[in-house]
Ligand binder design. Structure first.
Ligand code: NIG
Ligand code: FE
Length: 430
């Protein structure tokens, strides 16, 4: 008999992918589905996952423990968002309106808007200001069922400003329930003041910024925006190689706005992920499958940019590439924290099944961050990170779209979010 601090029982449905991760090919669509489901956690760890009727013979609630009846609700693992640009300041709402009026993202970037306008705002922000913006975003993630995210720098583009972004991430990660994995993205754009001498910025990246980030243990991964308006393949390779020598694992923004061989480079470098992939080549897909590089697709970016180019998710799955989903949360190409919206877009635009989209947003996303042994699915022995959804079964996450169904979120065995009661469910006492 196991002792538990927390029990959730009588869920209309419990649904979860099952390891081993990554789930590829047909296994991407295999969920374990338990009607009248229950989970129990001892401390941070799941000690029971299964039918409610089996619970009493296996688990006993400790005195002072919490038992919740979740009948009518659905239990899913917390979402893992493996690609966000969390610590930024400023708004690009004006640019967004220009895009609505017909100007393109690249046009605006070349004219000095885009990433560089967020760089200006982020450089000007002080640490408390940047921290409070980041915390507000993490709160919205949590309310949307996300329990772990990745967070990139890349709006500083100078040693001090990049360090500021990463230190802010470390500071908020120390107390916020959403667990954060940091990525150094100093190679996001060449800053304005270095445009005439980009080789100087590259030298600074390689000789000063990466060693310093590594020395202060400020990031686990190194990322590059490999694109004709950002960094070339050769530059990306040099940056990622330096990152690797300094203990930062490579990941890559690849083939987003134009075809450029980014997927092939990610495969050659054994990167943890290649992200975006709207313009990935057939050879790139094959190379990623052979190297086991996770494809992180970001349907929110294509949606928000009103692009007609979706990443070929189905072809990636058929080729055996592990597929994950992320928001890309950033002020230019996807201003949302909602993983549930990504699941909807993955089904309706990328043509994934609901089951595939859920696995991509949880277990495979965890795999791309190197965390799949601990998080991403509801399995005994794993961390108790889950969301309680006010829906009768998991497919309503997509079917009943555009509203937040999250009623509660549990992180490391603790109820860290509970939705305030809607007015309709408040009963008058008198
Ligand atoms: O992932 N692609 C590069 N970076 C972001 C966009 C950043 C921005 O526009 O501020 C992205 O889409
Ligand atoms: Fe991005």
């Amino acid at each position: 008999m196991r002792e538990a601090d927390l029990i959730l029982e009588h869920a209309a449905q419990l649904a979860t992918p099952l390891g081993p991760a990554p789930c590829t090919g047909p296994s991407l669509g295999n969920l374990r589905v338990v009607p009248d489901g229950a989970v129990a956690a001892a401390g941070e760890t799941l000690v029971f996952v299964g039918p409610s009727r089996d619970l009493p013979s296996k688990v006993r609630l400790k005195s002072g423990g919490l038992r919740l009846d979740v009948s009518g609700k659905t239990l899913l693992p917390g979402f893992v968002d493996p690609h966000t640009h969390l610590p930024f300041a400023g708004s690009r709402a004006q640019e967004f309106k220009m895009r609505l009026a017909g100007r393109s993202y690249e046009e605006i970037a070349v004219a000095g808007g885009g990433i560089l306008s967020t760089v200006e705002a982020t450089r000007a922000a002080d640490v408390p200001g940047l921290a409070s913006l980041s915390v507000a975003r993490l709160d919205r993630m949590l309310e949307g069922g996300t329990t772990t995210c990745e967070a990139k720098s890349g709006y500083g583009l100078s040693l001090e400003a990049e360090l500021k972004q990463l230190r802010v991430v470390r500071e908020v990660a120390a107390f916020h329930p959403v667990e954060i994995v940091s990525t150094f993205l100093g190679a996001h754009a060449v800053p304005k003041e270095r445009r005439a001498h980009r080789e100087e910025y590259l030298r600074e990246l390689v000789e000063e910024m990466i060693p310093r980030v590594a020395e202060e243990h400020l990031a686990e991964f190194c990322d590059v925006f490999c694109e004709r308006t950002a960094f070339t393949l050769e530059e990306a390779e040099a940056v990622l190689e330096t990152g690797r020598r300094n203990g930062l694992k490579p990941r890559l923004h690849a083939d987003q706005l134009s075809p450029g061989g980014g997927a092939e480079l990610a495969a050659r470098m054994g990167a943890a992920s290649a992200d975006h992939l709207e313009f990935v080549s057939a050879a790139g897909i094959e190379a990623m499958a052979a190297a086991g590089v996770t494809a992180i697709v970001l349907p929110g970016a294509g949606f928000f940019l009103m692009s007609k180019h979706w990443p070929p998710a189905r072809r990636l799955v058929e080729a055996g590439v592990p597929l994950a989903l992320a928001t890309d949360l950033n002020p230019g190409t996807c201003m949302t924290e909602s993983m549930a919206l990504m699941v909807v877009l993955a089904c309706l635009e990328l043509k994934l099944s609901v089951e595939e989209a859920i696995t991509a947003a949880t277990l495979n996303a965890a795999h791309s961050l190197g965390l799949a042994r601990r998080i991403g699915s509801l399995e005994e022995g794993k961390q108790a990170d889950l969301q309680v959804l006010e829906i009768p079964e998991y497919s309503h996450l997509v079917y009943h779209f555009g509203v937040n169904h999250v009623e509660a979120v549990i992180k490391k065995g603790i109820v860290v979010y509970q939705r305030a009661q809607a007015a309709g469910s408040v009963r008058r006492s008198g």
